[in-house]
Design a protein around this ligand. Structure first.
Ligand code: NAD
Length: 414
């Protein structure tokens, strides 16, 4: 089972026949999800509130599939077949009954609730109704809607055709069968699903917070330059340093995600935004898109002031945790990851898979914590908590949980 065509036929089997998939919202995410579903063998119907947007997306996707075939990534036959499965309708109310409907409209609770209410009254009671929201509560979206057991989150990453990870998100009233069916369907689509409960940021957008927050704090405190922090983390195996990455994402976008998690956790000090980033946003230094963020960029997007002090990297790494960019960041990532497990929101292996695939971290944070020693991480956090007694660095009880300490499938003697 190595070629694409056999994945497609598996998908159709798993879907219980050629089930149709509808995608509401034909923007960046909706189009990508539609492409994945069509390539997995489903008839896909796009719908968008903006006139002509769904039709334009179908045409764009046709061109994309043609390009993939031209480059030899898929066969011409598969491209033609996927293209022939894509269509659109003008109105949500014109959708036929589907196997799965994925909502990917603007990130607004009221807009999403209205769509789910309409879908709930027109789709079958066993149609999976999924939201691609990155920050809203699945429980809140499903509130007051008939048969809430069919409502879940399917959080795809950008761009959906390339990113393997999908967080399959359980709201308070999502059905266990719906979750299992969605996990099977995502696997059949060639994705790697992880299960989690609907909590602020789900797995990836929550566990990743300290990657940005610790780097910002170290620069804010004058411990070292931005370029030095970035270099230290690149040397530790991260593809990009946290500060150059936030310049790429956009300081405003990154701050909005962090602030949303902070607000939804009753202002837990673990997620408190930094003055460093708030000042950047207030000054309009949003990153590459404005030519100035943490770094300044030339017209070609090349940073002009990102020279690290290599001697400083060597001096800091391996020293006290407060001034070691790698130890300080990794300790906090491990703490966040085990806290997700301790709250019962996801399994340790799903947290590690989510972070490796969703953020490209060199190792899953829990596996990384085991390598360093969870007791060592605990001691590093205690050291930080003594220096900064704000609650941000409090060690999670997850550091001591048996399923965290010992990987699944590994039994300890006795
Ligand atoms: P987008 O702005 O590119 O597309 C949204 C589309 O929805 C637009 O075409 C718009 O016309 C349409 N729309 C708006 N209101 C509608 C309605 N009431 N009915 C039908 N269509 C409507 O947005 P996007 O980046 O594709 O994001 C969509 C969703 O996916 C959001 O919930 C976002 O949080 C989530 N998400 C985005 C990313 C990302 O990186 N962009 C990643 C994961 C999840």
């Amino acid at each position: 089972m190595t070629d694409h065509a056999s994945v497609s036929s598996d998908a159709v089997d798993a879907a219980g026949g050629r089930g149709c998939v509808a995608v509401v919202g034909a923007g960046a995410m909706g189009s990508g999800i539609a492409q994945v579903a069509a390539q997995a063998g489903h008839d896909v119907i796009l719908v968008d509130a903006r006139e002509g947007a769904a039709q334009a997306a179908v045409e764009r996707l046709g061109a994309t599939l043609g390009t993939l075939a031209g480059k030899g990534r898929i066969t011409q036959e598969d491209a033609d077949a996927a293209r022939s499965r894509l269509s659109c309708v003008d109105d949500l109310r014109s959708l036929p009954s589907c196997r799965l409907v994925v909502e990917a409209v603007v990130e607004d609770l009221e807009a999403k609730r209205e769509i789910f209410a309409t879908l709930a009254s027109r789709q079958d009671a066993d149609t999976i109704l999924a939201s691609n929201t990155s920050s809203l509560s699945i429980t809140a979206i499903a509130e007051g809607i008939a048969h809430p057991e069919r409502i879940i989150g399917l959080h795809f990453f950008n761009p959906p055709p390339l990113m393997r990870l999908v967080e399959v998100v359980r709201g308070a009233r999502s059905g266990a069968d719906t979750m299992t069916e969605a996990v099977e369907l995502m696997t059949a689509w060639g994705k790697t699903p992880v299960r989690c409960t609907s909590t602020p940021g789900f797995i990836v957008n929550r566990v990743a917070r300290p990657f940005y927050g610790e780097a910002q704090r170290m620069v804010q405190e004058g411990i070292c330059s931005a370029a030095t922090v970035d270099e230290a983390l690149r040397q530790a195996g991260f593809r990009m340093g946290p500060l150059e990455l936030t310049d790429l994402i956009g300081q405003d976008v990154n701050l909005a995600v962090g602030t949303s998690v902070w607000e939804q956790t009753d202002h837990d000090p673990r997620y408190e935004p930094t003055a460093f980033q708030q000042d950047l946003v207030a000054q309009g230094a949003l990153g590459r898109k404005t030519g100035h963020g943490v770094y300044r960029y030339d017209d070609a997007g090349k940073p002009l002031d990102a020279e690290p002090d290599l001697a400083a990297v060597t001096a800091l790494v391996g020293g006290p945790v407060r001034t070691d960019p790698v130890a300080r960041t990794v300790a906090m990532l491990v703490n966040e990851a085990v806290a997700v497990v301790a709250r019962g929101e996801a399994a340790p292996e799903d947290v590690d898979t989510a972070m490796r695939l969703g953020t490209n971290y060199p190792r899953g944070p829990i596996e990384w914590g085991r390598e360093i020693g969870l007791d060592v991480v605990g001691a590093q956090l205690e050291e930080l908590a003594a220096i900064y007694p704000t609650g941000r660095y409090r060690p999670s009880k997850g550091l001591h949980l048996p399923q965290v300490v010992t990987p699944a499938g590994v039994s300890t003697p006795g």
